[in-house]
Design a protein around this ligand. Structure first.
Ligand code: C2E
Ligand code: MG
Ligand code: MG
Length: 449
C-alpha cells in the first residue's frame, strides 16, 4: 500500500469521495467545514472547547517554480503522510488548499497545548523532503484557533485561525501562533497603520531627514544619512523601525523607498558636491534583482552623480539571498555607487562576510559606541574593528556618538568617521542646508554648489 492510499484510508471512513483531495487522499476544505460543524453540533449541549489549526509551507512556491510541479506534488504528498503519521488519534488532517493544511483537534482546549502541538508538527516538517536525486528542506508556519472563544461559527473560527497564521508569517518563518484578542488587536493596528502609510505615500507625506556624518580628524561634515520620517495626524510619530518593516511585509517597500530616495537625492543636489548622501536599502530590496537598475534610474533622473551616493545594507539582509545580494552590490559598485555595511557587530556578524562581499565602508553599531567610555570590552571591540577595516581598506563610521568623551575615545582609536547626536540630530532638508552653511562659513571655497 503506498502512502497516498494510507492517508486516503485515514479519512475515507467518514468522508464521501467528493470531499477528498485527489493528490494527497486527505479531506479537502469542504471536509474541514463539515468536520468542524459536526463537532460543534455534537457539543452543542455541553460546548466543550476544541481547536482547529492551519499550517502553511514557507517558501513552497519558489521550490515548485524551480523544480517543477511534479516535485511540488511529491512534497505535498510527503507532508500529508508525515502529518497523518504524527498526529494523535482522533485528529483530522486536511489539505485545505495549495500548500495549506488544516487540523481538527477535538481534545485540545487551551493555548499551551495548541502551541505544543504546533511545535511538534513544525519539527516533523523540518526534516528534508526526498525528491529522488535531491533533498529539499522547508519550514511551515502555524495558526490555531480555539472554539468557541475564537469564533462559534465555522467561518469566524477559520478566519481567526487564518489571522493567527498570518501573524506567524509576518513574524518570519516557522512560527506558531494561537489566536487571542490581543493578537486580533495587534493585527488590526498593523492594518490601520498599513492603510495610513499607503495613503501617506500617495499624498507624499513621508519625509526624509538628514543626519551629518563627520570626519573625526577635523570634525568636518563629509556626508549625510537620509532617515525616513512619518508623522500621521491620528497615529502621531511612527518610527521608521516600525513602518519600514511593515512596508516590506505588506509588499510596498519599493514605492516607499523610491519616494524617499527621490526626495533625498533631490535634497542632496543643493549640497556642496563633495558631500555624499547615504541611503538605507531595506532587506526586501536586497532580494529583488531589479533593485540596482531601479536605484540607478532614480539617481540618474534626479541628476545626482552616482559617486555621491552610498547605500547602507545590513548583514541580515545580505544573508537572505546571498547570491542576489552579491549581484546587486556588484552592479551598484560598478556604477560608482558605494556600499556600506550598517549596524555592524549586531545581527549574524560573520567576518567572512567582509571577504565574500565587496563593501566600501563599515558602520559600527551604536551598541558598542554608547558604552565605549565605560566598558573596556566595547573599547577593545571597536579597536579591533578599526584595525581590521584598516587592513581590508574599508572606511569606518562609528554610529550613535552622543558625547564629547565618546568622540574623543573614537578619535584616539583611529576611527575615521562618526555620526550621532553629538554632531547633529537628523533634521529636515531646510535645516540641513542651514547646518551646512554654518559649517562652511569658515571655508567659503568649499561650497561648490
Ligand atoms: P540606522 O540606519 O542604523 O539609522 C541610525 C538610527 O540611529 C536612526 O534612527 C538615527 O536617528 C539614530 N541615531 C543616530 N544618532 C544617534 C544617537 O546619537 N543616539 C541615538 N539614541 N540614536 C541615534 P531612526 O531614524 O529611528 O531609524 C531607525 C532605523 O530605521 C534605521 O537604522 C534604519 O534601519 C531604518 N530606516 C530609517 N530610514 C530608512 C529608510 O529611508 N529606508 C530604510 N530601508 N530604512 C530606514
Ligand atoms: Mg543606516
Ligand atoms: Mg545603523
Amino acid at each position: 500500500m503506498n502512502s497516498a492510499e494510507a492517508s486516503s484510508q485515514h479519512i475515507s471512513r467518514s468522508d464521501p469521495q467528493v470531499n477528498i483531495d485527489p493528490l494527497t487522499g486527505l479531506g479537502n476544505a469542504q471536509a474541514l467545514r463539515e468536520k468542524v460543524c459536526q463537532l460543534a453540533s455534537d457539543r452543542a449541549a455541553d460546548p466543550a472547547p476544541f481547536t482547529i489549526g492551519l499550517a502553511n509551507l514557507d517558501g513552497f512556491k519558489p521550490i515548485n517554480d524551480l523544480f517543477g510541479p511534479a516535485a511540488g506534488d511529491a512534497i505535498l504528498r510527503q507532508v500529508a503522510n508525515r502529518l497523518v503519521a504524527c498526529v494523535p488519534d482522533g485528529v483530522t488532517v486536511i489539505r485545505a488548499s495549495g500548500d495549506e493544511f488544516a487540523f481538527v483537534l477535538p481534545l485540545i482546549f487551551e493555548r499551551k497545548t495548541a502551541e505544543k502541538m504546533g511545535l511538534m508538527l513544525k519539527e516533523v516538517l523540518s526534516a528534508p523532503f526526498d525528491l529522488g536525486e535531491r533533498n529539499v528542506r522547508l519550514s511551515a508556519s502555524f495558526g490555531f484557533a480555539i472554539y468557541p472563544f475564537a469564533g462559534s461559527e465555522f467561518d469566524d473560527l477559520l478566519k481567526s485561525a487564518d489571522t493567527a497564521l498570518y501573524r506567524s508569517k509576518r513574524r518570519g518563518r516557522g512560527q506558531v501562533t494561537v489566536y487571542s484578542q490581543e493578537i486580533a488587536q495587534e493585527m488590526k493596528r498593523a492594518t490601520q497603520l498599513e492603510q495610513a502609510l499607503r495613503n501617506a505615500i500617495i499624498a507624499d507625506e513621508v519625509d526624509v531627514h538628514f543626519q551629518p556624518i563627520v570626519n573625526l580628524k577635523d570634525d568636518m561634515v563629509v556626508g549625510f544619512e537620509a532617515l525616513a520620517r512619518w508623522c500621521d495626524p491620528d497615529l502621531g510619530y511612527v518610527s521608521p523601525a516600525v513602518f519600514v518593516p511593515l512596508a516590506e511585509e505588506r509588499g510596498f517597500i519599493d514605492s516607499l523607498s523610491e519616494a524617499l530616495l527621490r526626495k533625498a537625492a533631490h535634497a542632496a543636489l543643493s549640497w556642496p558636491k563633495e558631500l555624499f548622501l547615504s541611503f538605507n536599502l531595506s532587506s526586501a530590496q536586497l532580494t529583488d534583482p531589479n533593485t540596482s537598475a531601479n536605484v540607478l534610474a532614480i539617481v540618474n533622473r534626479a541628476g545626482l552623480e552616482p559617486r555621491r551616493l552610498e547605500l547602507e545594507i545590513t548583514e541580515t539582509a545580505v544573508m537572505m539571498d546571498a547570491e542576489i545580494a552579491k549581484k546587486i552590490i556588484d552592479d551598484l559598485r560598478s556604477a560608482g555607487i558605494r556600499v556600506s555595511l550598517d549596524d555592524f557587530g549586531t545581527g549574524q556578524s560573520s567576518l567572512g562576510r567582509l571577504r565574500e562581499f565587496s563593501f566600501d565602508k563599515v558602520k559600527v553599531d551604536r551598541a558598542f559606541v554608547s558604552q565605549i567610555s565605560t566598558d573596556r570590552a566595547c573599547e577593545h571591540i571597536v579597536k579591533a574593528i578599526v584595525a581590521m577595516c584598516d587592513g581590508l581598506h574599508l572606511e569606518v563610521v562609528a554610529e550613535g556618538i552622543e558625547s564629547f568623551a565618546e568622540a574623543l575615545k573614537l578619535k584616539a582609536l583611529g576611527c575615521g568617521m562618526g555620526q550621532g547626536y553629538f554632531y547633529g540630530k537628523p533634521a529636515d532638508a531646510v535645516t540641513t542646508l542651514r547646518y551646512i552653511a554654518e559649517k562652511y562659513q569658515d571655508k567659503p571655497t568649499a561650497i561648490a554648489v
